[in-house]
Design a protein around this ligand. Structure first.
Ligand SMILES: C[S@@+](CC[C@H](N)C(=O)[O-])C[C@H]1O[C@@H](n2cnc3c(N)ncnc32)[C@H](O)[C@@H]1O
Length: 385
């Protein structure tokens, strides 16, 4: 496909997303009907679509239309090359810009310029203070790619060398000693031998740093209460010399890949349907707005409403209520989100402590989205009663 044809494809997918179809589904549907598209074409179309999703408001303003075409014109106006060079009507490229399209295109301020929802921006600005603007800007751009070196299978230099043999270039990441940032070849990782052999796992560097900050000691009885796909459980198992780590999720289907991932990693993860007490460490990596990771999942930014955020906060409180009694005397309760919003982070912890005498905050960490990783929050609580 030519660069122009890729833009035409992205325009069609963006229009489907605008009419309510999830982006992944719209991309899959497009790819099914586009057998001529190779893997590089599919990757390029996907990049255009996700670039626009991250900047849904500002690209519409720059392109002066809330359509796929307008948004792609706007994206090119922001990032280049000039839209006139690709909208030339040749082959499958989009039609040339009309006089009106050439003349249109504006700038914005406030929430729109930061590609934030109007309702959320005041809260975001209050919560993050002087960091609000750089964080909002970071969320408008692609996230760096990181892997976690699985120390059960390799050391960092060994994993780096194995990746290099596959043409994947990596360098040490600052947030975690086991994290590598992928500089080139990121799209090949999941198909490669280093990944298949369990030497590396895809995991954001801040997610790795959260697990690094947990007070884990081999021999501890550890429960991952919201295990999902098991990313943090695998990292915890590596810290414990292989495990075991008990994994639980209210939706067991979310853990369907856990056995295969554990086998690949050489980790001992044990699914527990109805966890009972006495765990030395219970991790609650709760469902959240995902605001710290909106670079990776930008649809979440536009889907979130005040009502949905309030409901998430109630779920987070409920999970802490259920998990706290599972902690053994002297054990710890760890609470993690991939959010930067205070109501899901420190305020949630303060509400829990206020309602649960004997629990105190032992440690907390906040990571903001940027070149080093995503935005995450961790609180480690101990029971002193
Ligand atoms: C942020 S995801 C977990 C990600 C996972 N820890 C990882 O690192 O890959 C949150 C998980 O919490 C689960 N969940 C939601 N409500 C829950 C509840 N009441 N009890 C336990 N798990 C719950 C969801 O099904 C979801 O899989």
């Amino acid at each position: 496909m030519t660069p122009g044809a890729r833009i035409s494809a992205a325009i069609a997918v963006i229009d489907r997303v605008a009419s309510g179809e999830p982006a992944e589904k719209a991309l899959t549907n497009w790819a099914r009907g586009a057998r001529y598209a190779g893997s590089k074409d599919r990757a390029a179309v996907r990049d255009h679509v996700f670039d626009v999703l991250r900047r849904w408001r500002s690209t519409a303003a720059s392109g002066a239309a809330e359509t796929g075409r307008g948004r792609m014109i706007g994206l090119l106006r922001q990032d280049g090359p000039p839209p006139e060079s690709l909208f030339d009507g040749q082959g499958h490229a989009p039609a040339p810009l009309s006089e009106a399209e050439r003349a249109a295109g504006g700038t914005q301020d406030g929430a729109a310029a930061r590609d934030m929802p109007d309702w959320l921006w005041p809260q975001f600005a209050r919560d993050l203070g002087p960091r609000a603007d750089p964080v909002a800007q970071a969320l408008r751009h692609r996230a760096p790619v990181f892997v976690r070196v699985n120390t059960l299978r390799a050391d960092v230099e060994g994993a780096r060398a194995a990746l290099a043999e596959e043409g994947i270039e990596a360098r040490p990441a600052s947030l975690s000693p086991d994290a590598l940032e992928i500089i080139a070849g990121a799209r090949s990782i999941a198909r490669g031998a280093a990944f298949a052999g369990g030497l590396v796992e895809m995991q954001d560097a801040a997610s790795q740093a959260v697990v690094d900050a947990l007070p884990l000691v081999p021999g501890m009885r550890v429960l991952d209460y919201c295990a999902g796909g098991g990313g943090k459980a695998l990292a915890m198992a590596a810290r414990l010399g292989g495990g075991p780590v008990a994994v639980h999720d209210a939706d067991p289907a979310r853990m369907r890949d856990v056995p295969a991932r554990a086998t690949r990693a050489g980790a001992d993860l044990r699914i527990v349907d109805h966890p009972r007490r006495d765990w030395d460490l219970v991790l609650c990596d709760v469902p959240c707005s995902g605001s710290g990771a909106w670079r990776r999942a930008p649809e979440g930014k536009w889907r979130l409403t005040q009502g949905a955020l309030d409901a998430l906060c109630r779920t987070q409180a409920d999970i802490l209520d259920r998990a706290a009694p599972l902690v053994a005397p002297g054990g710890v309760l760890a609470y993690a989100t991939c959010s930067v919003l205070a109501c899901e982070n420190m305020q949630a912890v303060e509400r829990f402590i206020a309602g649960h005498p004997g629990w105190t905050l032992r440690d907390s960490r906040s990571f903001l989205p940027g070149p080093e990783g995503d935005g995450l929050f961790l609180a480690v609580l101990a029971h002193t009663g």
